[in-house]
Design a protein around this ligand. Structure first.
Ligand code: IFM
Length: 429
C-alpha cells in the first residue's frame, strides 16, 4: 500500500500572535493587567519578535515552512481612537515583505485576544460601537497590506475569549456574567461580518482574486465523564454545539435561533471562505442538572479519568483521535479547513515529535476520508508568553532563551521540516 502524501499545494507553517511574541505591547488591556500584577509573569520583551522577525522568518524558511500565521496588534496600529500610526503600519508592511522574500505565505489574524486600552476603557467588546471600530481598524490594515495578503483570520478563538474574559473572569476585563458574555458573543459575530465586507470591498480593488476570510475556531473533543450517563451525553452535545459549532454556524447561516438560549440575526450569511480550526485536547464533561448552568456540565479533571494516557505540561490530554473526528465533523460545512493551530507544550522535545506525527497522521486520515483541508500551522514557531500561564509552557519548534533571546532549533522542528518538504510522514520515529 502506498504511503499517504499531503497535497502539493498544502500550506505548511507555524503560528504566533503579537502579544505573545513581539514584546512591549504597552497600550493594550492585557499589558494593563500585567502592570496591575494580576499574572505571575509579565510579557515584557517576550521574544523581542518586533525587532527580530527577519531572523525568525529566516529560521522558518530553513525549516521548510511555506506559510506563516501571525497577528497584527490593534493597539499598535491605532494607539488612540481614530489615529493610525504610520510607523506601525509600515512595520507590518515590512513583516509581510520579509515573509514573502522568505517564500512564506502570510496568514494575518486581526484580533488575537488583546484590545487597545482606549477601547477597553470604553467597555471593549461590550460597547455597541466595537463592531464598527473593528471594521474601521480592519479597513485601514487592508488598505495598507491588502495587496499582499490572501488569507485573513478576523478573530482568533472568539468563544474561548468570551468564556475566559466574560464568564470565567480569568482574562481582561474579568467579567463573570451570562448577559455580558452573550452580548460580546453577538458583537464579535457582527464585527466579523463587518470586517468580512471591509476586506472584500478593499481587495476587490487591490487584489480581486485573493481575499479569503475566516476565523480561527478553538475546538475541543468532548466526551462524557461517565459513558453510561445520558445526562453527561446531553451536556457533551450542548458543549459541542455551543463551544465548537455555534459561532461558525451563525456566520454561515446568518442567523441562529435556539429557544431560551440564542436568538441572533446577522446582516448577512455566508461570511466564511474557510474555517480555521485550533485543536489541542479532549475534555470530559459531567452534567450538573437540567437547567442553565448545570446543563452545560463541568469539565472533569483529566487526571481523574482512567482513559487519559498522555498529557502536556499544562495537564491537557493529548488525544490525536479527537483531531480526526473534529476535522471530519467540520467537513459538514463544505468549506476549506485550515488547521490554524495545533501544538504541545513540553520540556521533552521527543514528545513534541510524537505529537506532530500522531496528529498529522490523523489529519492525513481525515483528508483521505474527504476532508477539504488546505494547510496546517503548528503552534508555535517560538516558545512564547502563554497568557496567564506565563513563560513556563514551552510550545515552540524553536527554543527561546528569554535572557539572551538566543534561538535554538529543536529536533522536533527538523522532523516537521522533513514533513513540510516531502508531504509524507516518517514510517516510525
Ligand atoms: O497560546 C494560545 C494561543 O494564543 C491561542 N490558542 C491556544 C494557544 C495555546 O494555549
Amino acid at each position: 500500500m502506498s504511503q499517504f502524501a499531503f497535497p502539493e499545494t498544502f500550506l505548511w507553517g507555524a503560528a504566533t500572535s503579537a502579544h505573545q511574541v513581539e514584546g512591549n505591547n504597552i497600550r493594550n488591556d492585557w499589558w494593563k493587567w500585567e502592570e496591575e500584577g494580576r499574572f505571575s509573569d509579565r510579557s515584557g520583551k517576550a521574544c523581542d519578535h518586533w525587532n527580530r522577525f527577519r531572523e525568525d522568518f529566516k529560521l522558518a524558511k530553513s525549516l521548510r515552512h511555506n506559510a506563516h500565521r501571525f497577528s497584527i496588534e490593534w493597539s499598535r496600529i491605532e494607539p488612540e481612537e481614530g489615529y493610525f500610526d504610520p510607523e506601525a503600519l509600515e512595520h507590518y508592511r515590512e513583516v509581510i515583505r520579509s515573509l514573502k522574500s522568505n517564500g512564506l505565505e502570510p496568514v494575518v489574524t486581526l484580533f488575537h485576544f488583546t484590545l487597545p486600552l482606549w477601547l477597553a476603557r470604553e467597555g471593549g467588546w461590550l460597547s455597541a460601537r466595537a463592531p464598527e471600530l473593528f471594521k474601521r481598524f480592519t479597513a485601514k490594515v487592508v488598505e495598507v497590506l491588502g495587496g499582499e495578503v490572501s488569507y485573513w483570520v478576523t478573530l482568533n478563538e472568539p468563544v474561548v475569549y468570551v468564556f475566559k474574559s466574560y464568564l470565567a473572569g480569568d482574562w481582561p476585563p474579568g467579567e463573570r456574567s451570562y448577559e455580558k458574555a452573550y452580548l460580546v458573543f453577538v458583537h464579535l459575530l457582527k464585527a466579523h461580518v463587518l470586517a468580512y465586507d471591509a476586506i472584500k470591498d478593499s481587495i476587490a480593488i487591490l487584489n480581486p482574486e485573493k481575499a479569503r476570510v475566516g476565523i480561527a475556531q478553538h475546538v475541543s473533543f468532548f466526551s462524557p465523564c461517565y459513558t453510561d450517563s445520558w445526562k453527561d451525553k446531553l451536556s457533551v452535545w450542548l458543549r459541542n454545539l455551543i463551544f465548537n459549532h455555534l459561532f461558525v454556524k451563525a456566520l454561515i447561516r446568518g442567523r441562529i435561533f435556539y429557544p431560551g438560549i440564542f436568538r441572533i440575526r446577522l446582516r448577512r450569511s455566508k461570511t466564511l471562505d474557510f474555517i480555521g480550526l485550533n485543536y489541542y485536547t479532549r475534555s470530559f464533561v459531567h452534567n450538573r442538572g437540567l437547567r442553565i448552568p448545570g446543563i452545560y456540565g463541568d469539565i472533569c479533571p483529566v487526571g481523574h479519568h482512567p482513559d487519559v494516557i498522555r498529557r502536556n505540561s499544562l495537564a491537557w490530554e493529548i488525544y490525536p483521535l479527537g483531531f480526526f473526528q473534529l476535522v471530519k465533523d467540520f467537513s459538514r460545512y463544505k468549506l476549506p479547513i485550515l488547521i490554524a493551530e495545533n501544538g504541545i507544550c513540553t520540556r521533552q522535545d521527543s514528545e513534541r515529535s510524537q505529537f506532530i506525527v500522531d496528529h498529522l497522521r490523523e489529519l492525513g486520515r481525515a483528508i483521505e476520508w474527504g476532508a477539504p483541508v488546505i494547510g496546517y500551522f503548528y503552534w508555535s514557531l517560538l516558545d512564547n508568553y502563554e497568557w496567564a500561564d506565563g513563560f513556563e509552557p514551552r510550545f515552540g519548534l524553536i527554543e527561546v532563551n528569554y535572557k539572551t533571546q538566543e534561538r535554538t532549533i529543536r529536533p522536533s522542528a527538523l522532523l516537521y521540516a522533513e514533513i513540510c518538504k516531502t508531504g509524507v510522514l516518517p514510517v516510525s520515529i
